[in-house]
Ligand binder design. Structure first.
Ligand code: ZN
Length: 192
């Protein structure tokens, strides 16, 4: 039986893919999600976290993916609870959280997206996907207009415009177990 790749191996492959993409050494078709994850240079042992990131980014429109592709965005995975997943901006907020998590902030960073999973919570996958989608909405709002004091519904709208509707809707209206949400998403996908 084929051994499944470790999270560390997959992250390394994403990084290598991204380096190859940026230097024009890619053969075959271009995968913007692999490139994006590679650019984020994530460090985590959580298979679940990586799976959720992939699932959300794959649902995102190409415009959305390009909007978040900026050195202004720094993404860091931390070994904490799923609910730590959060977008931090403007800069003074970013700086205080950097102290908490011991993150090395890049000089170009204006918005910091923290992705949390320490593996302690069972069946938190759905919640994690929803949190990632919602906070990417905050990132999109901030990047679009840094001076705009926007709220959570604005973030939801921005995320929906970028293809993340199914995760956002689940966030507010479907607090049901994973199985039923997955079934609903499948039905929606079929009907699209
Ligand atoms: Zn919010």
């Amino acid at each position: 039986m084929k051994q499944e790749k470790s999270v560390a191996d997959r992250l390394r492959e994403f990084r290598e893919y991204s380096v190859a993409a940026r230097s024009g050494r890619l053969s075959g078709s271009y995968d913007p999600v692999a490139d994006e994850i590679g650019r984020w240079d994530l460090h985590t042992k959580s298979q679940r976290l990586l799976g959720c990131v992939e699932r959300v980014l794959h649902a995102m429109t190409i415009q959305g993916l390009y909007a978040i592709r900026t050195p202004k965005l720094q993404v860091e995975a931390v070994s904490r609870r799923v609910s730590c997943t959060w977008a931090y901006f403007p800069m003074h907020k970013v700086r205080s959280v950097v102290r908490n998590y011991g993150i090395r902030l890049r000089p170009s960073t204006r918005v910091l997206l923290i992705l949390g999973d320490d593996g302690s919570e069972r069946s938190a996958e759905n919640e994690l996907r929803k949190l990632i989608a919602h906070h990417l909405g905050h990132v999109l709002c901030y990047l679009e207009k840094p001076s705009w004091i926007h709220a959570c519904p604005d973030a939801d709208r921005a995320a929906k415009r970028c293809g993340l509707k199914k995760f956002i809707d689940a966030f507010h209206y479907e607090p049901f177990p994973e199985a039923s949400i997955t079934a609903k998403l499948e039905r929606r996908r079929v009907s699209e």
